[in-house]
Design a protein around this ligand. Structure first.
Ligand code: 6GU
Length: 253
């Protein structure tokens, strides 16, 4: 059982968001547990203040360290990053300054027992949280969100679907293909012709080896077109590299 504890100033954001699809089923099946906690719970002043002005000046407010440290210590126990990791726990600070979340990092989180997630807010979080409290500082991509809450939903989804038993066996192969740095092949279903666009003939042929060859080539062409960064790192033989020339777009391989 993996437990996610999410620390946020918007706990209501998470009401219902984990009640759908794979995550709902994983929760119902006891594979994962999620809880959202209001950061203001760990303040001690009348106005439950969680932020303050940045030293050195500048716009916006910074999340104060004290409530964040108290929240994490009450949920995960005290301890430095190393002892937390040794206990099978991670404390993840979500921020645009983090390491970008990959399938590999999601798999690391899927292998532990407890993930405490800190949702950054405002213009930032006191850096001592990243330096002295979090085991990981994670971003979900190169764009700016107003806060870490949508990123927490992404993290829980990406990790939960990797838990043993969360997916059917045929879907787990898809995820392996992305782990291998190649995008999934294009899929089609009925009708064979839709608004003048036909399903590639080979997929109707029943020739399994031909279908497999088409899918491999289509996946390579799509990866090359949409993700040249991934394509550049694929371990391809000369023929595969040469035949993924982008001329396959009409389904003629
Ligand atoms: Cl984790 N937080 C924020 N505020 N923006 C982001 C992000 C996280 N990941 C990408 N952009």
């Amino acid at each position: 059982m993996l437990r996610f504890d999410i620390i946020t100033i918007f706990p209501e954001f998470f009401r219902g968001v984990f009640d759908f699809g794979i995550v709902r089923r994983a929760r119902a099946g006891g594979l994962v547990e999620t809880a959202a906690h209001d950061l203001r719970t760990w303040t001690h002043d009348r106005h439950k203040v969680v932020d303050d002005r940045p030293f050195g000046g500048g716009d916006g407010m910074v999340l104060k360290p004290e409530p964040v440290f108290e929240a994490v210590e009450s949920l995960a126990g005290a301890g430095d990053a190393q002892s937390l990791r040794e206990a099978g726990k991670r404390v993840v600070l979500l921020s645009p300054q983090g390491r970008v979340l990959t399938q590999e990092l999601a798999a690391e989180f899927a292998a532990v027992e407890h993930v405490v997630v800190i949702c950054g807010r405002y213009e930032g979080v006191d850096e001592r949280v990243a330096e002295r409290l979090a085991t990981d500082e994670v971003s979900i991509g190169d764009y700016v969100l107003s806060g870490g809450e949508p990123a927490a939903v992404v993290l829980v989804d990406a990790v939960t679907r990797l838990l043993p038993g969360a997916l059917g066996s045929e879907t787990s192969a898809v995820n392996e293909s992305f782990s291998a740095g190649l995008l999934d092949f294009p899929n089609y279903t009925r009708p064979v012709e839709f608004r003048g666009a036909r399903v590639p003939e080979v997929l109707l042929s029943g020739h399994h080896a031909e279908v497999a060859r088409w899918r491999r080539r289509a996946a390579l062409a799509k990866t090359r077109r949409n993700r040249p960064d991934l394509f550049a790192h694929l371990p391809l033989d000369d023929e595969e590299r040469a035949t993924s020339t982008g001329q396959e777009e009409e389904g003629n391989f």
